[in-house]
Design a protein around this ligand. Structure first.
Ligand code: NAP
Length: 247
């Protein structure tokens, strides 16, 4: 946080860095938002549908995190950006496109509704939200967009039964990362993708009931938050596997 002098003795408080985290009501997004908010220079805005869980996040952060209940599948993105501005967000240093949706079903049983919802949340939302956030990202003069994908979305990785819609959507997010890193380079916006391995969360439990992941959400959240703040110094347009297994 910095203090901008308005007139002698009167100062306006302003955060140096604004970060937006989607899917922050649970799991990796919840943990990443909390870690980012520990830095006094940062103001974190958290997005998800579940208001009760977002309230828990705000409380866990001792009211440092701003919450914006929003459905990335159906919500109005223009209204979302207006709400961000009303919350005082005048630039965005970083966005973590972390929200994700998974359906585990045999290929022939996946309905058009399943497919549409998976692609809406995992691909269309990061695509369209980034379009709407561009004016704020440009103002940061060095913003970092971090897309959260999966090792299952990387070419040549081991694939699992039931995840054709989910893993193919995560593959689309990987390639979108490379396209945006190229297209936004003149705006000094860096774009990277973290292709995560197994982390113990609700989503993992849904996909692989009974499987115990080697990492907890708070451990991965530490890494994602660190990478969002620091990774753009070292990487741009990269799809980085963050996994203990060999893809
Ligand atoms: N856990 C793993 O092993 C693993 C591995 C690879 C990749 N990932 C990726 O990591 C990311 C985080 O997943 P997680 O494991 O932490 O799972 P999680 O705990 O189930 O979190 C998913 C988040 O996405 C949000 N979300 C889903 N649909 C949404 C919508 N329509 N609008 C807004 N928010 C929505 C959920 O919030 P609401 O329900 O409140 O809306 C929730 O906060 C996902 O992109 C996932 O694909 C996870």
């Amino acid at each position: 946080m910095i203090f901008i002098p308005l007139q002698e003795g009167i100062y306006k408080m302003e955060y140096q860095h604004y970060y937006l985290v989607t899917g922050a009501s649970s799991g990796i997004g919840f943990a990443s938002a909390l870690v980012l908010a520990q830095n006094k220079r940062n103001k974190v805005i958290a997005i998800a549908r579940n208001t009760t869980k977002l309230e828990s996040l705000r409380q866990a952060s001792e009211n440092k995190i701003g919450i914006l209940p929003f459905d990335l599948e159906k919500g109005n993105l223009t209204a979302l950006v207006d709400d961000l501005k009303k919350k005082g967000v005048n630039h965005l240093t970083g966005v973590i496109h972390n929200a994700g949706y998974l359906v585990s079903k045999k290929f022939e049983e996946i309905s058009i509704q399943d497919l549409q919802k998976i692609y809406e949340v995992n691909v269309f939302a990061p695509f369209r939200l980034t379009q709407h956030l561009l004016p704020l990202l440009k103002k940061a003069k060095g913003a970092h967009i971090v897309n959260i994908s999966s090792v299952g979305g990387i070419q040549g990785s081991v694939k699992f039964d039931g995840l054709s819609a989910y893993s193919s959507s995560k593959g689309a997010l990987c390639v979108l990362t490379e396209c945006l890193a190229n297209e936004l380079k003149d705006e000094k916006i860096k774009v990277n993708c973290l292709a995560l391995g197994a982390v113990q969360t609700e989503m993992l439990h849904q996909a692989f009931p009974g499987y115990e992941a080697p990492l907890k959400a708070n451990e991965m959240g530490e890494f994602v938050a660190w990478f969002t703040e620091n990774g753009s110094k070292f990487f741009n347009g990269k799809i980085l596997p963050v996994a203990l297994s060999t893809p």
